[in-house]
Design a binder for this molecule. Structure first.
Ligand code: NDP
Ligand code: ZN
Length: 351
């Protein structure tokens, strides 16, 4: 079968591979829609995970079941299914401890385009199908289902990690597709003021629709100074980091109230250390928490997040700015994600 792959750090292209084999608990899925992620860009062009050779890329997609193992109970050939980017081993001790995304070791629940071939193939393999697949509701299109693989669950995980509560003033750093879903999630959780950091106009327009109230640009001076000025020197209750780099934590800690919480879902592709400003961190006693996490995967979460779309509480369509038709455009979609033109939020490929 054909797949669009990372050939080595800095290089992508089409390759031929064997169709994946299906274990007794697993499924083989034929994609219906696919979407590239900024994480694919970090993996290929920043070499952020280290060297990977001839690995099929992609972890955002949905499809039709082509094969199931003999122990799979709830899915059969022909079912339309959604799948999360993170597909844990649910029997692992880490999953039993509440951290399925780290099943088998730190970040090891992230298998697609990390430890095994991703979803940008004619077929892809899903481990533990009953736990990692979800039936695609009839009212959800394949391109919307793609946003449930990673953008919705990751953006919302930032909100969970920051523990946003009713009436919180929330700072969202980065309003690409992930940060936009953090804005939507913070709004659903009852945030009052939502201050966003990001310059692309299209992202600002969409953020406003998801509940953003204020905007600042990281290009107009330090974020903390702008936030403190805007909040009369008080700062924010919670912050979600979905963009920027290792240095971004510094201004965020500076404008976070004592007792505030940071939820980071940004993939730190470069740099050796994250610096924490000593004084503004309350000389170690400010109760300013930094929670960084890979989103949890799994069927239950997929079904719950899909129900928000089904009930009209969440609309992911504004994210889908660039729609391609045909598997052969997967590489074009990935290049768009790398180049980030000003009118882009998220590309999707319908097969
Ligand atoms: P985008 O590149 O589309 O968006 C990044 C945002 O950050 C933009 O709004 C951008 O502003 C802003 N930004 C860029 N530089 C800075 C800076 N120096 N300071 C503050 N803001 C800045 O990314 P995505 O939304 O696709 O992804 C966001 C991050 O989440 C990525 O690192 C991605 O790899 C990661 N990710 C993590 C996952 C997880 O499970 N934890 C899963 C999926 C993604 P501008 O408008 O100017 O472009
Ligand atoms: Zn992703």
């Amino acid at each position: 079968m054909k797949g669009f792959a990372m050939l080595k750090i800095g290089e992508t292209g089409w390759i031929e591979k064997e169709r994946p084999k299906c274990g007794p608990l697993d499924a083989i899925v034929k994609p219906l829609a696919l979407s590239p992620c900024t994480s694919d860009v970090h993996t290929v062009w920043a070499g952020a995970l280290g060297e990977r050779e001839n690995m099929i890329l992609g972890h955002e997609g949905c499809g039709v079941v082509a094969e199931v193992g003999e122990l799979v109970k709830d899915f059969k050939v022909g079912d339309r299914v959604m799948v999360a980017a993170i597909t844990p081993d649910w029997g692992s001790v880490e999953a039993q401890g509440g951290y399925p995304m780290h099943s088998g070791g730190m970040l090891s629940g992230w298998k697609f385009s990390n430890f095994k071939d991703g979803v940008f193939g004619e077929y892809f393999h899903v481990n533990e199908a009953d736990a990692n697949l979800a039936h695609m509701p009839a009212s959800i299109t394949p391109q919307e289902a793609c946003m449930l693989s990673d953008m919705v669950p990751t953006g919302f995980h930032g909100v969970e990690l920051a523990e946003v509560e009713f009436g919180d003033t929330v700072l969202v750093v980065g309003i690409g597709p992930v940060g936009l879903m953090s804005v939507a999630g913070a709004n659903l959780r009852g945030a009052s003021r939502i201050i966003c950091v990001g310059t692309r106009k299209i992202c600002q327009d969409v953020a406003r629709g998801y509940g953003a109230t204020d905007f600042i640009s990281y290009k107009d001076g330090p974020i903390d100074e702008q936030v403190l000025k805007m909040t009369g020197g008080k700062g924010v209750d919670k912050a979600i980091i979905a963009g920027g780099e290792v240095d971004t934590f510094e201004p965020v800690i500076k404008c976070l109230k004592a007792g505030g919480k940071i939820g980071n879902v940004n993939y730190l592709g470069e740099g050796a250390y994250v610096n924490i400003p000593r004084v503004e961190w309350g000389v170690g006693m400010g109760h300013k928490q930094i929670n960084g996490g890979l989103m949890p995967g799994g069927r239950r979460r997929l079904e719950k997040l899909a129900s928000l779309i089904e009930c009209g509480k969440l609309d992911v369509k504004p994210l889908l700015t660039h729609v391609f038709h045909g598997f052969e455009h997967v590489g074009d979609a990935l290049m768009l994600m790398k180049d980030k033109p000003s009118d882009l939020i998220k590309p999707v490929v319908i097969l």
